[in-house]
Design a protein around this ligand. Structure first.
Ligand code: NAP
Length: 281
């Protein structure tokens, strides 16, 4: 079903964001100028999410059921491990819906196979689009691209025109659902698996008692290890647990493509350790 068939192409869709984390608040805010309203589901969410939603001027509704039954466009943007659960909550609520099926954008960093399961889970009750965000939560243009694949991608990209998110549609012949997630999984090998190598080699050198010698050798060959590690801790911050989940999804994506998944799995394990350590602090 296309955006036109949804009947709000000329009007303003009611948009639901599940959930307004750092990225969800920015995506919801980006859609405000074209939406009749952007709503979020309060049930079960933390004070931090509630505060972000308030700051982004999003409208609270009681729960996911209210979002699933009322919204024209539902954006799932949550930790990767929760993406299928969120889709399941929406699927459970859809039978009570009276309007036409909504568009459901899964914008999470999940494996393509997970997006395909979400398509099956939602069935004919919703039109599922595959999305992937590359870049930080965007509050002004220039930093972040939202990649889209699947039915109605072009029309959905239009809703983001002029917003802080540049929406790009993947031009695969079939407009495959899963293509945006595959792109993100490949990109994550560079953005998250490669940096994990710096953390792993620093830890190994510490344990072997050769950290100073290693740093000297790296410097001699043009690499400043302290700088690399500082850059990593600045980027990963308190999000190590989410990066671990993303690396596990990336591993599934690569294995499904017949490419070795060990880099992603090792990075996941590095980020689990970082998360455990920051919980101990
Ligand atoms: N932030 C980035 O730089 C970035 C960049 C590219 C892509 N992304 C993607 O965007 C997605 C969200 O990232 P984020 O940075 O917005 O994360 P975040 O700030 O941690 O927010 C996650 C949101 O999901 C909710 N949530 C937590 N656990 C949940 C669960 N088990 N079930 C349902 N909802 C849950 C959180 O609610 P509570 O407050 O109640 O926990 C919060 O509202 C991820 O898939 C990530 O890969 C993020």
């Amino acid at each position: 079903m296309s955006v036109d068939e949804h009947g709000w192409a000329g009007g303003r869709p009611l948009v639901g964001v599940l959930h307004p984390g750092a990225m969800g608040a920015a995506l919801g805010s980006a859609l405000k100028p074209v939406a009749s309203a952007v709503v979020w589901a309060a049930a079960g969410r933390s004070q931090a999410t509630s505060k972000r939603a308030e700051l982004a001027d999003l409208v609270g509704v009681p729960d996911v059921t209210a979002v699933a039954r009322r919204c024209d466009l539902i954006v799932s943007i949550c930790p990767p491990h929760a993406a299928e659960d969120v889709a399941g909550q929406v699927a459970d609520a859809l039978p009570g819906r009276t309007g036409p099926p909504p568009l459901y954008l899964d914008a999470n960093a999940v494996a393509p196979a997970a997006v395909r399961r979400i398509v099956e889970r939602l069935g004919p009750g919703a039109t599922v689009l595959d999305g992937a965000v590359i870049g930080p939560p965007a509050w002004r243009p220039g930093s972040t691209v939202l990649w889209l694949a699947g039915p109605s991608s072009v029309a959905l990209a239009g809703l983001f025109q002029g917003s802080p998110f540049e929406a790009r549609v993947l031009g695969t012949a079939a407009g495959d659902v899963g293509a945006a997630s595959a792109l993100k999984a490949c990109f994550a090998l560079q953005s998250k698996a490669l940096p994990a190598i710096w953390a792993a080699l620093a830890e190994a050198a510490d344990r072997a008692g050769v950290r100073d010698a290693l740093e000297g050798e790296l410097r001699r060959t043009g690499v400043d290890l302290s700088e690399r590690l500082a850059g990593l801790s600045e980027r990963v911050g308190p999000k190590a647990w989410r990066w671990a989940g993303e690396m596990e999804q990336s591993a599934v994506a690569l294995a499904d493509l017949g490419v070795p998944d060990g880099f992603s799995l090792a990075a996941a394990s590095v980020y689990h350790r970082l998360a455990d350590r920051s919980n101990e602090d």
